[in-house]
Ligand binder design. Structure first.
Ligand code: NAD
Length: 314
């Protein structure tokens, strides 16, 4: 193959997002969904989004919306969708058996050099690819929603994944404007969701223990930590927060951090009786009906778009 065609399997939220990212980088994208007509619908939806993005001067890549759309095609037949592809991005339901059987089908239909990549958020590669024969060309490429503005992609290898496959995928993701990071080994939650779980747990405990309100813990992130974290991570943050950098920082503050960490409570009760007051407090701020949640989601995406623009210029 000439490394120009990518097949996206599953045309839901994430399949559509990946398609938009890949065409923005000039790749031809063949979209397949096992629900007849679904991949054609996805293209209609993508057209609408691309036109809006072009209007807002937020279209990614060098090509116009029309040029990008010309790179897209939809298929109800898996074999046809896979013809000519060098890379397959799987975006089907987050169910282990569904993914395992999709990868079994995929392997039967493509050559051994075709890269098989899964979008899974929560399943580890050794489970997802357990029914594939040749796992050296398999990996997880985990995006963050919405991938068009939040560019991180976690590349997670199966124990048998070839180094060259990680390298090719890293280069592909970079070329289409994403920000890939490599995990050296698989681990439950990968990196992003492990860090996120730590933040959720301590936020939950602080509210549950009556230390702070739901509204205010969110402000601790959005007006405090989050201000830096959109540009520099926790490691650079501490490196810059002591006169002689990270080692100096830990000499000064390591004992305090250890003391605080040792005072952390156990894993909180997220669903039982103890969670009710947190749920109520959140729903008072933002009622959990469709309309309110959609409005806030739209606001979030608008803000992310503006932030993506700011990051692009810096
Ligand atoms: P979704 O439900 O919106 O879309 C799934 C699509 O896959 C549907 O169109 C469905 O018809 C299709 N499908 C189901 N079984 C199929 C099969 N056997 N063959 C072909 N197509 C099939 O789901 P989504 O939110 O797009 O998530 C897809 C994947 O991306 C999941 O693994 C999810 O964990 C991961 N992911 C999601 C997010 C997110 O925020 N939604 C973020 C990162 C990763």
């Amino acid at each position: 193959s000439n490394m120009k065609i990518i097949t996206v399997v599953g045309s839901g939220l994430i399949g559509r997002s990946w398609s938009m990212v890949f065409i923005s980088g000039g790749y031809s994208v063949k979209i397949y969904d096992n629900q007849p007509g679904q991949s054609a619908n996805a293209i209609k939806e993508i057209r609408k989004q691309l036109e809006e993005l072009e209007g807002a001067h937020m279209l990614r890549g060098e090509l116009t919306a029309t040029q990008q759309l010309a790179l897209l095609s939809s298929y109800d037949d898996m074999a046809q969708a896979l013809e000519g592809a060098f890379f397959v991005q799987e975006c089907v339901f987050e169910q282990l058996e569904v993914k395992q059987s999709v990868f079994q089908d995929l392997e039967r239909l493509v050559g051994t050099d075709v890269i098989l990549s899964s979008s899974t958020s929560c399943l580890v590669p050794s489970d997802v690819f357990s029914k594939v024969q040749n796992r050296s060309r398999c990996l997880v490429s985990h995006p963050v929603n919405p991938p068009y503005y939040v560019k991180l992609v976690e590349l997670v290898p199966h124990p048998e994944t070839a180094a060259s496959i990680m390298d090719i995928t890293h280069a592909l993701m970079t070329k289409v404007g994403q920000a890939p990071v490599r995990l050296r080994k698989e681990i439950d939650g990968f990196a992003l969701n492990r860090v996120q779980a730590a933040i959720i747990a301590e936020s939950w405990r602080l509210v549950q223990d009556g230390i702070i309100s739901v509204k205010d813990i969110d402000l601790v992130m959005s007006e405090g930590l989050g201000m830096r974290y959109a540009f520099i991570g926790p490691m650079e943050t501490i490196h810059l927060n002591a006169p002689e950098g990270i080692e100096d920082y830990m000499k000064r503050y390591g004992v305090g951090i250890t003391r605080v960490l040792n005072s952390f409570g156990p894993v909180p009760d997220f669903c039982g009786e103890g969670s009710k007051s947190i749920v109520n407090e959140m729903c008072e701020l933002i009622p959990n009906d469709r309309q309110n949640l959609s409005a806030r989601t739209e606001r979030r995406d608008q803000l992310l778009m503006a932030l993506a623009k700011l990051k692009k210029d810096h």
